[in-house]
Design a protein around this ligand. Structure first.
Ligand SMILES: [Zn+2]
Length: 112
């Protein structure tokens, strides 16, 4: 590693640190739903407070097909973090490409 590029690659090292600190990453969306159960005399039919749930549903693409999966509350919590990680990862990769291009093109601005 060249010493003179230390300043320039500092931001990249920071990006790598953030990425390596990530545990789970997932794509898709998490929805929280309340449902009626369909039983004819259940209160959920008329009372919104009596709806069943929450039920958690994970929607994502697998091999080009949209897939729905019901999750437990624990799984939903893990997924929520994994989706947030995925979003941050995309932003970090964008930064990484940007930093890389600036270094290659020599257009990296040094702080005054
Ligand atoms: Zn019901």
């Amino acid at each position: 590693m060249k010493k003179e590029t230390g300043e320039d690659t500092g931001r990249i090292e920071e990006i790598k640190r953030k990425i390596s600190a990530m545990d789970l990453i997932c794509a898709g969306t998490l929805q929280k739903r309340l449902k009626t159960c369909g039983r004819p005399y259940c209160r959920c039919l008329t009372d919104p407070e009596a709806l069943h749930g929450p039920y958690y549903e994970w929607t994502r693409y697998v091999d080009g097909r949209l897939v729905h999966k019901t999750l437990s509350p624990d799984q939903a919590q893990m997924l929520e973090q994994a989706i947030a990680n995925n979003r941050e990862l995309k932003a970090l990769l964008g930064d990484w490409r940007h930093e890389s291009a600036e270094i290659i093109l020599g257009t990296k601005k040094t702080k005054a």
